[in-house]
Design a protein around this ligand. Structure first.
Ligand SMILES: Nc1nc2c(c(=O)[nH]1)N[C@H]1C(S)=C(S)[C@@H](COP(=O)(O)O)O[C@H]1N2
Ligand SMILES: [Mo]
Length: 531
């Protein structure tokens, strides 16, 4: 009887240990997963920052008075102690009654998610690491608790007050010993995985912050050819229409990189080779020493659905790809340039497109800022008029001049077309789908694009009425998108608004097609109602 009581007591401390290890796993996994996304999603930092934000000023003053510049360290130690205590309690609860453990872990997970998501600039996506971590921790806790139950005599678990009557036969005890070893194995695995994930996450985040610090230090020479001034009239000044210049944090991001590559500018090198008279290697300083130009170019993803937002307009600073090709001198028969990024993505771009006057560039800055890491730091390609998958290689390090007959690229290997000119598109941004607007005179608006060809006209239709010509904003260049606006008269009731754009070749294709294999076509239509 005494032995059993002792084993219960020991079991509860094992349960607490299991809770603490599971909490470690939650944080470790979340840290590693977070390092793949952004530093914002690291739950510990978010929790600490949230705590600071909610700390009453008397406590803040007390902390600064007491700990001085060590106040942050004190905060982390305080957090660690709190987490260990809460986790131990949770472990104990989970052992007594699993459902309490589940509820507790999910509650803590929810607190983490709330802390992460409420940080400035955070998005719902930043919650993913906390969610993954919580699920991993829950699974590990379950695993350890099951082993623990197997290790502790059944009678010991049946009674809450520690009074039982068990005279166990020795075979039982032998089994219990084996189960106890199984528990320790589970606990050991959890501890190792927690430590490894936390360390991995820390290493990746540290590498990223070093690269980010170097990135912030970068300064660029003045371009020899600056972008022409942007007239105010490129904007129709209608609330709800996307800004003409897309701020970097709002710029869509599409790539295959599970983890954003972190490249050291000092070791970055671009090689151009293959069917060329002269092979060239260029480092970042060579690029800075070259004659840089500045251009506004609207980038579009082939996966953008009709009316979608995988499109953005930015000012790019960089070196014309044409100039590099002039120096390398492609040989007879070459018709394609295969560009490859550090992470193995590749794009096949028609050689003539990179040689003509359209200003395809190796971009090093985006909207007057060094390229953001996720947009290809330190160097990416931007080619007016082609979808990103065949031209806009981020983190670019290699250019091979070759032939379409001899090589294929990442997406062309996966069923997308070899050639990817951007299709002329227009979209309605005001009204939004299913909006309720006031009947009477209503101002609609949106954006159209036909990079490298230009938008000549946009027409708008309400229900089955006549197509009317919309007012176009000033065209900046043919490589940038163009806003439109149009006043319509609305009767009360439900309506449909459609838009269609014209490029120099005529009206945009009406037939709706899927994005595969070379981009969606079709007229955008929005349902809404007036009352
Ligand atoms: N290295 C790399 N570059 C890439 C991609 C990629 O997956 N990896 N995706 C391309 C695609 S499909 C598009 S649409 C653009 C998107 O660029 P953005 O993320 O800067 O908007 O990048 C292109 N460059
Ligand atoms: Mo894309």
């Amino acid at each position: 009887m005494k032995a059993v009581r002792k084993s219960t007591r020991r079991a509860s401390s094992f349960a607490m240990l299991a809770g603490v290890l599971a909490a470690g796993l939650v944080l470790g996994v979340a840290e590693l997963a977070g390092s793949f996304f952004s530093t914002r999603s690291a739950p510990l930092i978010a929790l600490g920052s949230t705590f600071i934000d909610f700390t009453p000023s008397w406590l803040k003053d007390f902390a600064i008075d007491t700990f001085g510049t060590n106040d942050k360290l004190a905060l982390f130690i305080g957090m660690a102690v709190t987490i260990v205590i809460l986790a131990a309690i949770l472990g104990y609860l989970a052992w007594r009654r699993w459902i309490l453990g589940v509820a507790g872990v999910l509650f803590m997970g929810a607190v983490m998610v709330a802390a992460v998501v409420s940080r400035a600039g955070a998005s719902a996506l930043d919650a993913v690491p906390s969610v993954i971590g919580t699920l991993a921790g829950l699974a590990a806790l379950r695993w350890m608790i099951v082993k623990l139950h197997a290790a502790v005599p059944a009678a010991a678990q049946a009674d809450d007050d520690g009074v039982y009557s068990a005279d166990e036969p020795s075979p039982e005890r032998a089994k219990t010993g084996a189960s106890r070893r199984a528990f320790f194995a589970a606990a050991g695995v959890t501890a190792v995985v927690a430590g490894a994930t936390a360390a991995g996450g820390a290493v990746i985040s540290a590498a990223r912050s070093t690269v980010n610090a170097a990135r912030r230090q970068l300064s660029f020479p003045d371009p020899v050819d600056t972008a022409k001034p942007v007239p105010e009239g490129v904007d129709v000044a209608l609330e709800g229409v996307d800004p003409w210049l897309t701020p970097n944090p709002d710029f869509y991001r599409i790539d295959t990189a599970l983890q954003v590559p972190t490249i050291d500018v000092d070791t970055w090198e671009l090689r151009i080779h293959g069917m060329v008279e002269e092979e060239i290697r260029m480092n970042f300083q060579d690029l800075l020493d070259s004659e840089l130009i500045e251009r506004h170019i609207t980038l579009t993803c082939v996966s953008n659905p009709i009316g979608g937002d995988l499109v953005g307009n930015a000012k790019w600073l960089g070196y014309p790809i044409r100039k590099l090709l002039e120096r390398a001198r492609p040989t007879e028969g070459a018709d394609m340039v295969l560009s490859t990024s550090t992470d193995g993505f590749s794009a096949s771009t028609p050689l003539p497109v990179l040689q003509d006057e359209r200003d395809a560039i190796f971009a090093i800055a985006m909207n007057d800022e060094p390229l953001p890491l996720e947009h290809g730091y330190p160097v990416r390609m931007v080619v007016p008029g082609l979808y990103g998958y065949v031209s806009a290689t981020k983190w670019v390090v290699d250019l091979e001049v070759t032939r379409f007959a001899d090589a294929t690229a990442y997406w062309t290997d996966r069923g997308w077309s070899e050639k990817g000119p951007i299709k002329t598109q227009s979209r309605v941004e005001v009204p939004k789908p299913f909006a309720k607007v006031a009947a009477g005179t209503y101002r609609a608006g949106g954006t159209a694009w036909a990079q490298n060809r230009g938008i000549d006209k946009v027409e708008v239709q309400i229900d089955d009425g006549p197509w009317e010509e919309a007012t176009l904003a000033i065209e900046y260049t043919v490589d940038t998108w163009r806003q439109w606006t149009h006043e319509v008269q609305l009767e009360p009731g439900s309506h449909r608004i459609r838009s269609r754009a014209y490029d120099p070749d005529g009206v945009q294709v009406e037939e709706r097609t899927d994005t595969v294999p070379n981009g969606a076509s079709g007229w955008h239509s929005v349902q809404f109602s007036a009352e």
